[in-house]
Design a protein around this ligand. Structure first.
Ligand SMILES: *[C@@H]1O[C@H](CO)[C@@H](O)[C@H](O)[C@H]1NC(C)=O
Ligand SMILES: *[C@@H]1O[C@H](CO)[C@@H](O)[C@H](O)[C@H]1NC(C)=O
Ligand SMILES: *[C@@H]1O[C@H](CO)[C@@H](O)[C@H](O)[C@H]1NC(C)=O
Ligand SMILES: *[C@@H]1O[C@H](CO)[C@@H](O)[C@H](O)[C@H]1NC(C)=O
Ligand SMILES: *[C@@H]1O[C@H](CO)[C@@H](O)[C@H](O)[C@H]1NC(C)=O
Ligand SMILES: *[C@@H]1O[C@H](CO)[C@@H](O)[C@H](O)[C@H]1NC(C)=O
Ligand SMILES: *[C@@H]1O[C@H](CO)[C@@H](O)[C@H](O)[C@H]1NC(C)=O
Ligand SMILES: *[C@@H]1O[C@H](CO)[C@@H](O)[C@H](O)[C@H]1NC(C)=O
Ligand SMILES: *[C@@H]1O[C@H](CO)[C@@H](O)[C@H](O)[C@H]1NC(C)=O
Length: 564
């Protein structure tokens, strides 16, 4: 899931600008950040000290679909942890919020400023692009980064040891989409995505997932972040001329609805079309003020299939949601799944810190020799300090196991949250209907994943099941998924220009230019097909002698273009 974040243009200038801004940010000597004090808790036999305050950093774009949901959730979690007497007794968590404001560049600067505060753990960012850059910072400073929003599959690589994803990895979502494509027996899809880290890497994972199912992405339609309506219109007009009618839409929650409004105008939300959306769409819908009355939005989306992060319907989750909804704040009326992941991220940090401190973990910071020796530089990089216990703390986080409001929080060997699962929704009327679930455990199923986890995994094709879908154009008939493209080349059929046995096949003065028994049979077969097949007969041979069939077959195989 993604925010509209930075343009290519911006990336190009980032390196230069970064240096410049760092000077501005760090040049003015700062007061040394206040050291945290310690409290001593006496054991009957022993006494040990715990820091009285620990700082947690939070980094995301406040004014965004994800940020508006996440912010109150993070604040609520901090309050809950501090109010709880069994977790982190004697230690108060303090959160330092920084706004990345939808910019890769600003995000990086904000991250560096955040790190000057000696935070033991950072929460965010929601954007995969920013996460890529910040990962280098947290790796250097040994500060674990708990990202509740960056779903980009490429982020889990070994290159980013301090990056921990507290939401689902899009790797699984792309496998879910591939399973759906296989379930409906489509073989080609067109991927429409934003040309940023999240879009590209997600679509690349989709390509791999489809390849395992012997399907493929026939075309990758990328548009730049911040594309105008007319750019989108051009792009959709282009894909509309192609063969595939199955579109997978992997874009940003902050701009995605625009695509549907253009598609609707172009008549691409009618029968025969298939639209599959990744989880950005429910994130938008869940955070809309009044979906019921906002029928304008729902009108655009009739028949769309969309994936949503699956979180079990526990009492914990229900009471959390009703609590957040009761907040008077106008901005925070509705929530999407990222609120749950953000809330659990804070609790994950708290649980892990508790264990870490119990095990005598070191929460002090010391200067980084790499940064300290930058002689001649005006950047006050030495204000960035390395967390001494960071490495041990990272391991503590990775083996933390607790039940949060988004479900079981536990990591597998690949640092992914266990039990990746999605709800599959079909949008119709004023809302959406769940047509089933996808889980890594059993693929597509109408049974909730929590129930399936009790049974052995079964991803066999015969075990895949979904409820029926109402497709665009109000039809329940499964779309074929492709058409003969309007502007496509007709099927070219080479016909021997024979001089004997003319009853079988021969040249004809009238259209289509050939006649005979073979042509009649072929035409009859074509007419049985439920769709039109544009075709063109091409005579082969000089008309004086019967052409050589071996020669004909050879030339077809060599893609020789025959004269009409
Ligand atoms: C304090 O006491 C508890 C329980 O008696 C024990 O588990 C813990 O290790 C003690 N802490 C230290 C620092 O010895
Ligand atoms: C405090 O946190 C623990 C561990 O998560 C939990 O079991 C307990 O219910 C919490 N207590 C309160 C009062 O919320
Ligand atoms: C965020 O960026 C927008 C546009 O780039 C700007 O108008 C706005 O003032 C910024 N907000 C903050 C809090 O920096
Ligand atoms: C924490 O680590 C630093 C550097 O390794 C060390 O100087 C300091 O004494 C340690 N603090 C504690 C309480 O172990
Ligand atoms: C940095 O400069 C100081 C004095 O200007 C010098 O003593 C020191 O060796 C320099 N360090 C490096 C790493 O160049
Ligand atoms: C994690 O906790 C759950 C229940 O809280 C338990 O069933 C599971 O076995 C635990 N996993 C590990 C690896 O300890
Ligand atoms: C997903 O399923 C595969 C194969 O069944 C398994 O190897 C992998 O560990 C699972 N991943 C998670 C995160 O459950
Ligand atoms: C998986 O499910 C299918 C259909 O429900 C069943 O026929 C098959 O035996 C199951 N396989 C396993 C290994 O349980
Ligand atoms: C075959 O030839 C046609 C026209 O001569 C050309 O458009 C097409 O790309 C060729 N196909 C291959 C596979 O070379």
């Amino acid at each position: 899931m993604e925010l509209l974040c930075f343009t290519r243009h911006c990336i190009k200038f980032m390196c230069k600008l970064l240096l410049f801004l760092l000077v501005l940010c760090l040049w003015i000597p700062r007061e040394v950040v206040g050291r945290t004090g310690t409290t001593t808790i006496s054991n009957s036999t022993d006494s040990y000290s715990r820091p009285s305050v620990l700082r947690i950093g939070a980094l995301f774009t406040f004014n965004s679909v994800i940020g508006r949901s996440a912010r109150p959730a993070i604040m609520a979690a901090i309050d809950d942890v501090n109010a709880n007497t069994t977790i982190l007794p004697g230690t108060k968590l303090e959160v330092i919020l920084h706004d990345t404001n939808c910019s890769g560049f600003l995000g990086t600067v904000e991250a560096l400023q955040l790190m000057e505060n000696d935070v033991v753990v950072a929460i965010g960012p929601q954007s995969s692009g920013i996460a890529h850059i910040i990962s280098h910072v947290v790796n250097e400073l040994h500060v674990p980064l708990l990202s509740f929003g960056a779903t980009d599959p490429s982020l889990s690589s070994l290159q980013h040891p301090y990056f921990i994803r507290t939401t689902q990895n899009d790797y699984f979502q792309m496998h879910a989409i591939a399973d759906l494509v296989e379930y409906y027996r489509w073989s080609e899809v067109i991927a429409i995505f934003v040309d940023d880290d999240n879009g590209r890497n997600g679509v690349s994972a989709l390509g791999d997932a489809l390849a395992k199912k012997r399907a493929k992405i026939s075309y990758k339609a990328a548009f730049t972040p911040g594309a105008t309506k007319s750019d989108i219109s051009d792009l959709l007009n282009g894909v509309n001329l192609m063969e595939s009618r199955v579109y997978v839409l992997h874009v940003n929650p902050d701009s995605g609805l625009e695509i549907f409004s253009v598609a609707k105008k172009l008549g691409m939300m009618t029968s025969g079309y298939v639209w599959i959306s990744s989880d950005w769409l429910p994130s938008v819908l869940d955070s809309l003020e009044n979906v019921d009355t906002d029928s304008g939005v729902m009108n655009l989306l009739q028949g769309v299939i969309t994936f949503r992060h699956h979180t079990p319907d526990t009492n914990l989750k229900k009471s959390f949601i009703s609590r957040l909804k009761s907040l008077k704040d106008k901005d925070t009326k509705n929530f999407n799944s990222y609120a749950l992941y953000a809330y659990d991220s804070v609790w994950l940090a708290a649980h892990a810190l508790d264990v870490f401190l119990n095990e005598g973990g070191n929460t002090s910071f010391s200067s980084d020799p790499v940064l300290h020796n930058r002689n001649g530089s005006m950047l006050h990089l030495s204000s960035l300090r390395v967390s001494n216990g960071g490495q041990q703390f990272l391991q503590t986080i990775l083996r933390t196991n607790f039940t949060g409001i988004s479900g079981q929080i536990q990591f597998d060997m690949d640092k992914n949250l266990i039990h990746p699962a999605y709800d599959i929704l079909n949008i119709g009327g004023f809302g959406s209907r769940r047509i089933g679930y996808w889980s890594n455990h059993s693929g597509l199923s109408v049974i909730a994943p929590e129930v399936l986890y009790q049974k052995p995994p079964n991803t066999s094709t015969s075990n895949q099941q979904l409820y029926s879908v109402i497709w665009p154009g109000e039809t329940t008939k499964i779309p074929r998924g492709w058409v003969f493209p309007n502007n496509g080349k007709p099927l070219r059929i080479a016909v021997p220009n024979r001089v004997s046995y003319l009853e079988f096949v021969s040249k004809d003065k009238n259209p289509p230019g050939v006649k005979g028994y073979c042509i009649d049979v072929f035409e009859a077969a074509i007419n049985l097909l439920p769709y039109p097949v544009p075709r063109q007969y091409i005579l082969f041979g000089n008309g004086d002698t019967n052409p050589d069939y071996n020669d004909l077959a050879y030339q077809v195989s060599q893609n020789v273009s025959f004269k009409v």
